[in-house]
Design a binder for this molecule. Structure first.
Ligand SMILES: Cc1ncc(COP(=O)(O)O)c(C=O)c1O
Length: 396
C-alpha cells in the first residue's frame, strides 16, 4: 500500500466505517453470534450463557458485586441507578458538564429528587474541590451524579478523586454514568469505591444498542428497601432474585446476550489492560495527527473513548461530518447544542484497524481541503499520513 492510495485501498477493505462514540464497528465474531438461530431464554443452553456473562461482566466492572442487565439503552440503566436508591425529595448533586449531565439532572427531577446542579463549562472537567465545598453545604445529599466521560464534550472527570470525597460519607452515594467509559479505560468500581456504575452495550462493549448494565456497592444496596421511588421494570430486587436462580426476571435479549458472550471472550483473550491500551493508542494517534491538520482539542482532560476536536477556522463541524459520510462512507459525530458546528467527535471504541484510522485522518484532511478551498495541500496531508503510519508502527 503506497502513501497515496491508502484511502482507496482501505475503502475496498472497509465499506463503511462507524467511528462514532457509540454505536461502533462490530467484531466479525460478534456479527457471527448475532446471526445465530433464535433459542428460547428459558433453556439450559441459554442458562449457561447467562451464567457466563454475569460472571464475565464482573471482571469488566472490576467488582465482586453482582452486575445486572436490563434490556434497555444506557439511559434505562441510568434510571435504574436512581430509582433503586432514591426516594422522592432526596437531595442529589448533579455534575452537569454537557448533554448527559443534563439528562441525569432531568431524570432525577422527573423522579422527584431535589436536584442541585453543579454546572461546569463545556470542555472542562469538574474540580473536586468544588464538590468538596458543595458536600459541606449539603451534608444531607443522598447522591452525587457524574459522568466518567461526558460524551458530548469528550471530557473525562476525576472519578477517583470524587469517590475519595464521597466514600467516607455514610449516607451519600456516588453514582457514575460510565456509558462511554466502562471497558474503555481503567475504572475499578470496588477499588475506587464507586456506589453505582452503569454501562451501555453499544460503546466499549462493542455490541449493538439495547442492553444496559448496572452494579451497586454494598453501601448502595442498603438503600434498595428504603428507596420509595415507584419502580417495576427497573426494580433490581426482582432481578437479583431471578439471577440467584440462574434466570432473568423478564425475557432476555437472547441475541445480544450471546453476542456479549462473544465480546467477553474476546476481552478475556486479550485482557483488560490490552483493551484499554488499544483504545488509548487510537485516541493518542487521533489527537496527535488531527492537530497536524489544523484541528485542536476541545476537552481540557480528553477521554480515551472519544476525541472532541474543534474544527479549523472557516470550517463547520456539521458540514465536515456530513461530507465525510457522503463522500467517504465514514460516520463520526458533530457537536451538540452550544458545540454544534464548532466540533466533531470521533469514537475510539469497538473494532477498528489501523488502516481505518489512517483513512479517517486522510479523509478528514481531504474534507478540510474541500471546505478550506485548497489551503491545505495534498503534500501536507500525505506527509501527515506518512508520519502517522510510522507512529502507528513504532507504537504497537
Ligand atoms: C455518557 C452517556 N450517558 C448516557 C448516554 C445515553 O445512552 P443511550 O443513548 O444508550 O440511552 C450516552 C449515549 O451516548 C452517553 O454517552
Amino acid at each position: 500500500m503506497t502513501k497515496h492510495n491508502i484511502a482507496e485501498n482501505a475503502a475496498k477493505q472497509y465499506d463503511y466505517s462507524l467511528l462514532a462514540p457509540g454505536p461502533v464497528n462490530l467484531h466479525p465474531r460478534v456479527r457471527q453470534a448475532l446471526s445465530l438461530p433464535m433459542i428460547h431464554h428459558r433453556t439450559p443452553e441459554f442458562d449457561k450463557i447467562l451464567a457466563r456473562v454475569l460472571l464475565g461482566l464482573k471482571k469488566i466492572f472490576q467488582t465482586e458485586q453482582a452486575v445486572y442487565m436490563h434490556s434497555s439503552t444506557g439511559s434505562g440503566g441510568m434510571e435504574s441507578l436512581l430509582v433503586n436508591v432514591l426516594s422522592p425529595g432526596d437531595k442529589v448533586i448533579t455534575i452537569v458538564s454537557g448533554k448527559f449531565g443534563e439528562r441525569w439532572s432531568q431524570m432525577a427531577s422527573a423522579i422527584g429528587a431535589q436536584v442541585i446542579d453543579h454546572n461546569v463549562p463545556w470542555g472542562e472537567a469538574v474540580r473536586s474541590d468544588d464538590i468538596r465545598t458543595l458536600l459541606k453545604q449539603h451534608p444531607d445529599a443522598r447522591a452525587v451524579l457524574c459522568q466518567a466521560c461526558e460524551t458530548s464534550t469528550g471530557v473525562v472527570h476525576p472519578i477517583q478523586e470524587l469517590a475519595n470525597l464521597i466514600a467516607p460519607l455514610p449516607k451519600t452515594l456516588f453514582l457514575v454514568d460510565a456509558i462511554t467509559a466502562l471497558g474503555a479505560f481503567h475504572l475499578p468500581m470496588d477499588q475506587w469505591k464507586i456506589d453505582g456504575l452503569v454501562a451501555g452495550s453499544q460503546k466499549a462493549l462493542m455490541l449493538p444498542t439495547g442492553l444496559s448494565f448496572v452494579s451497586f456497592s454494598k453501601k448502595a444496596e442498603a438503600f434498595f428497601d428504603q428507596a420509595t421511588t415507584p419502580r417495576y421494570y427497573f426494580d433490581i430486587r426482582r432481578e437479583k432474585k431471578a439471577n440467584s436462580t440462574g434466570e432473568t426476571f423478564f425475557s432476555s435479549s437472547v441475541s445480544l446476550v450471546r453476542a456479549l458472550d462473544a465480546v467477553l471472550n474476546l476481552i478475556e483473550e486479550q485482557g483488560l489492560p490490552q483493551l484499554f491500551h488499544s483504545i488509548h493508542r487510537r485516541a493518542e494517534a487521533t489527537r496527535i495527527f488531527s492537530q497536524k491538520l489544523g484541528f485542536s482539542l476541545y476537552a481540557k482532560t480528553p477521554s480515551d473513548s472519544v476525541t472532541a476536536l474543534v474544527v479549523p477556522a472557516g470550517t463547520d463541524g456539521q458540514k465536515i461530518r456530513l461530507y465525510l459520510e457522503e463522500n467517504y462512507n465514514i460516520t463520526i459525530m458533530g457537536g451538540q447544542d452550544q458545540a454544534k458546528g464548532k466540533i466533531i467527535r470521533i469514537g475510539h471504541m469497538g473494532y477498528i484497524h489501523d488502516e481505518e484510522l489512517l483513512r479517517l485522518i486522510e479523509c478528514l484532511g481531504k474534507t478540510c481541503q474541500h471546505f478550506m478551498h485548497q489551503s491545505l495541500s495534498d503534500a501536507h496531508i500525505q506527509s501527515v499520513i506518512g508520519e502517522m503510519k510510522s507512529w502507528l508502527e513504532t507504537h504497537p
